[in-house]
Design a protein around this ligand. Structure first.
Ligand code: ASP
Length: 431
């Protein structure tokens, strides 16, 4: 039997990862390895990544506007919006609680030896300073004001997704207020735009096996594996938490709220999870998330178009879990004892920061430094974990996008119903 695209993408991930680890072990400093990264693996991965990013802004604009317009009336938009955001917040908080319980239980920061601590702080100090939040960042009234863009085109060119989302929501709402014969032509144009973007993704997915292999090869061949050993307990706690949320929490949510077989869901969602893992970016994964959700999970267009763009920006279960684990880990290393009340603040702030973090690689790091400072732990303490962040970012992004899809399943099931989908799910190949 000819392998399907799913298998090819998975093979790209495994082969790229294995080859990268092997090269790292055998020839980490070889000139030829640097050349392979610069001239082959790097460009192939970057072209794939850029093609994904290329469709994000037009796709979010088209699918969110059409989603809202098709929801029809404002009351329905409000109800679906409230349900979606409620689901996001509750599941994000639940994820963070899992992380906090594990990090209290296993205390990964207690056992970190002082020389390792000093060397990590020294090595990553300048990187930590570079990633520090801009002056005046943090949550405040300006956060709310900044959601509204002065100029939607400027927001789009800066990749300000919240600005694009706000404008699209407003345009969709405005279209529901116009008489339908006036609104219809624009809705049809935007529908065609959205469909065309999804068709581009169909083409991009054909090069996904190579793109994924390139991206993963670059990461694994350059990664300092030694540091993983030093931070093994911390990494194990974070990954265990992510795994628990990904498998147990999402299965329960799918079973009881989404009424969908978790097995079926995960089988169909595989290309999305692999794309998230290799790109470390919810935004870059969004086009694939939308395509797979509509075509393989049977989520109606108006629900997918509404829930998923919001989710890619606002719903980050994995990020909140990671933030909870990391804040407590750094506090433990610095000997700062956080009471239950302070941990509740960590929980609340982690949820807020996960909502605010950009869906790009390492998007949560600057905000994480704010949470650290808020509970009296030095923000530069982030230097302790920067060396392993890429690996954790790949894992938490998978949880982030899977959470978006479970939200879409739940909202679709309770609103419009799920569409029947074919048994065999070779959707990503269908260009
Ligand atoms: N990379 C994550 C995402 O795109 C955000 C983060 O936690 O840094 O979902």
């Amino acid at each position: 039997m000819k392998p399907g695209l799913h298998q090819k993408i998975l093979a790209g991930l495994l082969l790229g990862g294995a080859a990268g680890v092997a090269c790292n072990v055998l020839a980490a400093d070889a000139r030829w390895l640097a050349a392979v990264n610069t001239y082959v693996a790097g460009p192939v991965g970057q072209i794939f990544l850029r093609m994904l990013f290329m469709v994000v802004v037009p796709l979010v604009f088209a699918s969110l506007t059409v989603g809202v317009a098709l929801l029809g009336d404002l009351r329905r938009v409000g109800r679906v919006g409230a349900k979606t955001i409620g689901y996001f917040l509750v599941t994000t908080a639940a994820a963070c609680v899992i992380g906090l319980v594990l990090v209290n239980q296993f205390e990964p920061g207690g056992g970190l030896d002082p020389t390792t601590r000093a060397s990590l702080l020294e090595t990553y100090r300048s990187e930590a300073a570079q990633r520090a939040p801009e002056a005046g960042a943090g949550f405040g009234i300006h956060t709310l004001v900044n959601i509204v863009p002065r100029n939607p085109i400027d927001a789009a060119t800066r990749g300000d997704m919240l600005g694009v989302i706000f404008f699209s929501l407003m345009l969709g709402i405005a279209l529901t207020l116009l008489p339908s014969d006036r609104a219809r032509p624009l809705v049809r144009v935007l529908e065609a735009l959205g469909d065309a973007m999804v068709a581009i993704i169909g083409i991009v997915m054909k090069i996904a096996p190579y793109g994924v292999a390139g991206l993963i090869f670059v990461v694994t061949s350059r990664f300092g594996w030694g540091i993983l050993r030093e931070l093994a307990v911390y990494v194990a706690v974070a990954i265990a938490g992510l795994l628990i949320h990904q498998t147990v929490s999402f299965s329960l949510l799918l079973r009881f709220l989404g009424r969908m077989s978790p097995w079926d869901f995960f089988r169909r969602a595989e290309p999305v999870m692999i794309t998230a893992f290799s790109t470390s970016s919810s935004n870059a994964t969004l086009p694939t998330t939308i395509k797979v959700s509509e075509e393989a999970l049977g989520i109606p267009k108006e629900i997918a178009g509404f829930v998923l763009p919001l989710g890619a920006t606002m719903n980050m279960n994995g990020t909140a879990l990671f933030e909870g684990v990391t804040v407590l880990f750094v506090a433990q290393v610095f000997g700062v004892d956080l009471s239950v009340g302070e941990q509740a603040i960590v929980l609340a702030l982690s949820v807020l920061m996960a909502v605010g973090a950009a869906g790009v690689p390492g998007g949560s790091i600057p905000l994480l430094m704010l949470v650290l400072q808020a509970v009296g732990v030095p923000g530069e303490g982030i230097a302790l974990v920067l060396g392993v962040d890429r690996i954790l970012d790949m894992c938490r992004t998978v949880v982030n996008v899977t959470g978006d899809m479970t939200a879409a399943v739940y909202v679709a099931r309770t609103e419009a119903g799920l569409r029947p989908v074919p048994e065999e799910v070779e959707v990503v190949a269908a260009g």
